[in-house]
Ligand binder design. Structure first.
Ligand SMILES: [Zn+2]
Length: 376
């Protein structure tokens, strides 16, 4: 029997939620962190290694994949799961955010965004309809509505205009989305840091009806305090029987704080990108493995971590790999960082199930604040 796309809410602890999103390519336990696989690969990781960390869903980027190797080509080759050999669920973004941040000579109209590729200058038009078509060709389990990510800072007038355009595009996205069992379409709440605009956006999206709801337009430079206060009034506006996704977030403390405020899904390039720039996430905060203080240190990066980098290698060796610009350095650090993020999510899920998520969050933040201890 074909799986229907659905969200089962198993427990709540305050505003925090424990659940499962069911998709055509399997389940995702929430709260979940989804590693980013921009161009059909989670950089420096094999799909089996990504799965070994406990990650169940990865992200693909519409903008990158439509330009290279092309959505039609991936479609002909069996879709993104088959192409990149990832068996689990895939969420794709709509391309709206990246076309505004990466493309050259872009022009936005009511119809969509006309732009030139940053790779070869070729001309493209991305509309809600084309974004739905591309995400269908990619075979995304979770498709995101095409929207405009409102820049920060924006005046209330700019934020309102941008949000209302995104709501018209959300309706066109819904109309163009081809429903299949196990596949879902998410709407994206915009409205910047303005309560009335977030409310208007959340109501407009629920009027259209989506399988899940994302909070967009955050983590764009507003800072953690404003992000949390925006979530405080935005998540209560969303239906309890659909998953909630905070796009592009974030640092471990951002994620812990957002889970306390009722968010179920996250993605961010931070663990993978940091893994390529010598930064390791640990229970005691971030560690720069390039630093000379690690060169004689026989300890693992994080003694509580079971990833290959921590189980088998010393900080001294990781430091050596990075200083020597050996490719194994970014590979091991990326693996560790993804493992660390997955361990945080697992800890949050267990704590919510046991009704002690506030204690978990307090202990997590207190340990992180201790900082990494220098070897004697
Ligand atoms: Zn590790």
């Amino acid at each position: 029997m074909l799986t229907q796309f659905r969200f089962d809410l198993h427990a709540t602890d305050g505003a925090a939620r424990l659940g499962i999103v069911h998709t055509a390519h399997g389940p995702m336990d929430t709260p979940a962190f989804m590693p980013v696989g921009t161009a059909g690969t989670v950089k420096a990781m094999l799909p089996d290694s990504v799965a070994a960390t406990g990650a169940q869903t990865i992200l693909g980027n519409t903008y990158h994949l439509m330009l290279r190797p092309g959505a039609e080509r991936i479609g002909r080759l069996g879709g993104l799961h088959e192409f990149m050999q990832w068996q689990g669920p895939i969420l794709t973004d709509s391309g709206g955010f990246q076309v505004m941040s990466l493309a050259k000579l872009r022009k936005m109209t009511e119809e969509g965004v006309a732009f030139q590729s940053h790779i070869d200058g070729s001309k493209h038009l991305l509309t809600p309809e084309r974004s739905m078509q591309i995400q269908h060709l990619l075979d995304a389990d979770i498709t995101m509505a095409f929207d405009e990510c409102t820049p920060f800072p924006a005046t209330p007038e700019q934020a309102a205009q941008s949000m209302r355009l995104s709501m018209r595009w959300a309706k066109r996205s819904k109309d163009a989305f081809v429903e299949r069992p196990g596949y879902g379409l998410f709407g994206i709440v915009q409205g910047g840091i303005h309560h009335d605009l977030r409310q208007e956006s959340a109501e407009a999206l629920q009027g259209i009806g989506f399988d899940g709801y994302a909070v967009g337009g955050l983590a764009v430079g507003e800072g953690q305090e404003l992000m949390f206060s925006t979530l405080d009034f935005t998540t209560p506006l969303l239906p309890t029987d659909r998953p909630r996704y905070l796009m592009g977030v974030g640092k471990p403390s951002d994620i812990v704080g957002a889970v306390l405020r009722g968010i179920d899904m996250f993605d961010c390039v931070m663990p993978t990108r940091s893994g390529r720039t010598a930064q390791g996430f640990t229970r005691r905060g971030t560690v720069n493995l390039r630093n000379a203080r690690h060169q004689d240190d026989p300890r693992p990066l994080d003694e509580h971590c079971a990833c290959p980098a921590c189980r088998q290698y010393s900080r001294a060796y990781l430091h050596h790999l990075i200083r020597s610009e050996e490719i194994l350095g970014p590979m091991l650090l990326t693996w560790h960082n993804i493992q660390f993020y997955q361990d945080v999510m697992k800890g949050l899920r267990q704590a919510i199930g046991e009704g002690r998520v506030q204690d978990f969050a307090r202990d997590f933040l207190a340990t992180e604040a201790l900082g990494d201890i220098e070897p004697i």
